[in-house]
Design a protein around this ligand. Structure first.
Ligand SMILES: [Fe+2]
Length: 295
């Protein structure tokens, strides 16, 4: 996996960096509109300086290549959902073939991490669709198995086609993005209308948007927002881009923020007991999804 287009030793490196940047003590609550609004830009600079070279290179590639046109092209390429038909379990098992060699301390698989997330949500007494969102939220990472580069699968997402918030980490790398020279993409609103709603806004392409389209007919809107926007850190952790959101987005982002701590902080070294958990999750999946989904 590790090559010039895939600088991370594994996707975990990006998530470890997120945890350094958004420590658990600053975790959002369901009712907060943003976290630490007073946090200054300079603090982000430190995270940039301390980032591993692989993480820095990952963001350089992400910010260089995620243009408006690239995001549109990937939508066309993947959102016809004509690649395969799989059940949720088949997709979980398929994702599990993605080996992450970045963390020598743990041999936990992608499936273990997803089960840990779901189990923590279940433990805290949340609704069944919330647990299910936890179980499946990273299934879009199968894009890596189709041969997509890391910077087009993971990374904090951001709107394309309008000005980049200066709260986006490694903002300086955007000067190498071809959209930097395009005035129509560089104004505050760019190609969008004030409060047009995020559904009309193209974000940088990645695993969130892909999975959203696979499951959008089957889950309640709260779960769909969690899935579609869980990597949109500039909005759900930094409170940016409020001017693109409509009333529904503002309401639903409470759920995106409620989900984020489970995504970021529940990973442990303890492997979940799959055989024990399987009946519960089989029932849960059956409650919401047909036997096969189009991917
Ligand atoms: Fe994710």
């Amino acid at each position: 996996m590790n090559d010039t287009n895939n600088p991370l030793a594994g996707l975990e490196e990006w998530e470890d960096f997120l945890k350094e940047r958004y420590p658990e003590a600053d975790a959002p609550t369901a009712t907060a509109t943003t976290t630490n609004p007073a946090k200054k830009k300079e603090e982000f600079r430190n995270y940039e300086a301390d980032a591993r070279p692989s993480v820095r290179e990952f963001y350089r590639l992400n910010h260089r290549h995620q243009t408006y046109e690239f995001s549109q092209a990937k939508r066309k390429e993947f959102l016809g959902l004509n690649r395969r038909q799989m059940s949720v379990w088949e997709a979980l098992e398929y994702l599990n073939t993605l080996v992450d060699d970045s963390d020598p301390d743990t041999d936990l698989s992608q499936l273990d991490h997803l089960l840990q997330t779901a189990e923590q949500i279940r433990h805290d007494g949340h609704p069944r669709w919330f647990i299910l969102a936890g179980l499946i939220h990273d299934l879009g990472k199968i894009l890596c198995l189709y041969g997509e580069p890391q910077w087009a699968v993971v990374g904090d997402t951001f709107p394309v086609g309008c000005a980049w918030s200066d709260r986006i980490v490694f903002h300086k790398f955007f000067t190498d993005n071809p959209d930097f020279g395009q005035p129509r993409f560089q104004s505050r609103l760019g190609v969008y209308q004030e409060h047009c709603g995020l559904d009309k806004v193209a974000l940088s392409w990645g695993h969130d948007e892909y999975l959203y389209h696979v499951v959008k007919d089957y889950l309640p809107p709260e779960a769909l927002y969690m899935i579609r926007y869980h990597s949109f850190y500039p909005a759900h952790r930094d409170g940016e881009y409020a001017y693109l959101m409509n009333d529904q987005d503002r309401e639903m982002f409470k759920w995106v923020r409620a989900f984020n701590p489970y995504d970021l902080y529940t990973k442990s070294h303890q492997r979940p007991n799959l055989a024990e958990l399987r009946p519960f999750y089989d029932d849960l999946i059956k409650e919401y999804f047909p036997p096969a989904l189009r991917w």
